[in-house]
Design a protein around this ligand. Structure first.
Ligand SMILES: [Fe+2]
Length: 351
């Protein structure tokens, strides 16, 4: 890449766990000077991107190396874009709004989840508006992705479960989406099959290398599938839930998945039957109970047990959350396209 200065984007946890050290040594041995920016927080914000941009300007880096989970990779994508596009980040919300290519990015995932290393998407929270902005543009695709499942061995069980269910939802939504195609179907089905077999294993046996490798593959396949098809209603409803109540992305997907699936099956019964078969159950009717049981096996609680607020406060946010869900565009790809009232009712059912 003809780069002599790079900015490594990561988080404090990975720095303190010394995950970054071998990469620093490698960059130094190639005579690439590297600064480290490790202030990315889970579910990254516009402020994290602004901080990264200042670090980038200070060290005059020509490329970015993201080492971390989806939050780190998404933040690095937008730091690279902000370096070459002066507009506020909110101008990029939606589809194909970025004018100039960003700095080249090498993405190295340390979780098996978002598949952000191969997607054209980034999700950044707009702190002023309390909105998780979905930004989708070809210019967000990393230049290079390096996927090494050994980096995921250190993930604690709850994180493994959350990011793993995110992977499962990517596979399912890419497959049932109105934008699914013959190019994305095989990736989506493989993602679903691998996740249903291997996620429960890595949740209980974190050092199970074969299953960790399978989950790294599933995450990448899920990312490739949904970035060329789309996500649907689970993601559409999950982002507002995360933005308002600060639930991790995978967890907010997981608590919605059974309810949203029950609502969506009538729009694509054959597609959902195929999902059920990949997960090892012969009839599509059994899919929703299977997804509920899958959550229980992974220690994922009910929505009401994830939010330290009462039902009244939850209700007071539903109208905005439903409007933000629809505005993201994702619900419109769902097999059954919901109204605003449908979405409000689904939030209530999931509670
Ligand atoms: Fe996701």
């Amino acid at each position: 890449m003809n780069v002599t200065k790079a900015l490594v984007v990561s988080d404090r946890y990975l720095r303190d766990a010394r995950v970054l050290s071998p990469f620093e040594d490698q960059l130094a041995s190639e005579e690439i000077s590297a600064e480290i920016f490790c202030e990315v927080q889970p579910d990254p914000t516009d402020e994290n991107v602004a901080g990264g941009l200042r670090a980038l300007a200070d060290c005059q880096a020509q490329a970015l190396v993201a080492i971390g989970g989806g939050s780190v990779m998404d933040a690095a994508k937008m730091i690279g874009i902000a370096a070459t596009n002066p507009q506020p980040l909110s101008d990029f919300q939606g589809y194909h709004k970025i004018e100039n290519p960003g700095l080249p990015l090498i993405a190295i995932p340390t979780t098996a989840g978002t598949g952000s290393e191969v997607t054209q998407a980034a999700v950044i929270t707009d702190t002023a508006r309390q909105v998780k902005m979905m930004i989708f543009d070809r210019k967000l695709l990393p230049a290079i992705s390096i996927i090494d499942y050994e980096l995921s061995l250190s993930m604690p069980p709850h994180l493994t479960a959350h990011v793993g269910v995110d992977t499962l939802v990517h596979g399912i939504e890419a497959y049932v989406s109105r934008k699914a195609s013959g190019m994305t179907d095989p990736l989506a089905l493989s993602c679903i099959r691998l996740t249903s077999r291997h996620l429960p294993v890595v949740y209980t046996e974190p050092n199970h290398r074969t299953s960790r490798e399978a989950m790294a593959l599933a995450a990448c396949q899920g990312g490739m599938a949904f970035t060329n098809s789309s996500v649907c209603l689970v993601h559409g409803m999950s982002r507002p839930l995360g933005a308002v109540f600060h639930l991790p992305h995978g967890l907010s997907n997981a608590v919605l998945l059974p309810t949203v699936t029950r609502f969506s099956v009538p729009g694509a019964p054959e597609r959902y039957a195929a999902v059920a078969r990949e997960m090892g159950c012969p009839e599509s009717g059994a899919l929703v109970p299977l997804l509920e049981e899958f959550n229980v096996r992974l220690g994922i609680p009910r929505l009401r047990d994830c939010i330290p607020k009462d039902r009244g406060e939850f209700e007071s946010h539903l109208a905005k959350m439903a409007a933000d869900a629809l505005a993201s565009g994702s619900p419109q790809n769902n097999p059954v396209v919901p109204s605003r009232d449908d979405i409000i009712n689904l939030y209530r059912e999931a509670w």
